[in-house]
Design a protein around this ligand. Sequence first.
Ligand SMILES: *Cc1c(COP(=O)(O)O)cnc(C)c1O
Length: 368
Amino acid sequence: MTDRIHNFSAGPAVLPEPVLRKAQDAIWNAEGSGIGIMEHSHRGKVFDRIINDAEQACRELGGIPDGYRVLFLQGGASLQFSMVPMNLLPADRTADYLLTGVWSQKAIKEAQQTGKVHVAATSEATNFDRIPRQDEIRYSPAAAYVHLTTNNTIYGTQWQMEPQVPAGTPLVADTSSDMYSRPIDVRKYGLIYAGAQKNLGPSGVVLVIIRDDLVERGPKTLPTMLQYRTHAAEKSLYNTAPTFAIYVMGEVFKWIQAQGGLSAMAESNEAKAGTLYDYLDGSDFFRGTAQPDSRSRMNVCFRAPTEELEEKFVKEAAKRGFDGLKGHRLVGGMRASIYNACPTAAVEALVSFMKEFERANRVAATRS
Ligand SMILES: *Cc1c(COP(=O)(O)O)cnc(C)c1O
């Protein structure tokens, strides 16, 4: 462990140590087959078992009921920004989007290429520092679906619960940065998608959970690769799947199970985030940027009194073995991404470094 540092990157992000160790072995020789995981045919028996196990673990973890397909696709969450409207939004219909940050903005931009978009609520006026309240949401009369971003990776805000949507309207969620960080009631959704590289595995695979009736909605004139029905019919193996990424994702699912499942994950994530927010709330040097009732348990965004001190903080943190703390340029300041696999000890070490930095720099800050 001593050759590794504390990684607070927003994504690709830290992975569980036991998963990395096991993957190291599997790269050389997967399941005693004499062939490394990256060298196996995606049509062979070994990979067949791996992808089936991954789906099984995914289903058990999330309590995914029958009537939903689990797909392992490519193109990242960003291609889902296009695939969702291409398949679910006819040209003469409107889709409702909840606009809570850069990623939902990007999702909206793609939907506008296909049909009409109505922004049902937004917190743009205060630079996305909060999640809209239910009473602020204005849905259009017959939306094809409602889309939300459950966790706003860049602004450090998170929906604390699903918004209510009109009966019969499918709820579509980009859960890229908080998938399986807490229990999820899949029945409330029509479609859930998540790029793996924050909470679930390496980049290169995106998890899609889609209700059966939505699988068939896309026009058959769409490119074959962009129709959900293609991937549902071929069980994610229409083309060569990202085999290694799927393998690691399956191992991450099993790791989460071994930790006690999603409620155990939620508990540990709340404790980690609580450690950071409690300290920020008590500090008169650092301050959190998200409004308290909208705070993310995955990405904790904070500022120091001046930009000079922020630069100094990031630099000194790096020297002490804390990486990935510079905030996104749109928010400034700092961001600690503390996904499932981020150890509690890393968060505790960060907070004690922050305390030390505050003590050493408070005088300078009050003088200026
Ligand atoms: C990172 C991220 C994305 C982009 O994912 P890609 O896999 O790079 O396309 C989309 N949405 C959210 C919420 C993210 O955090």
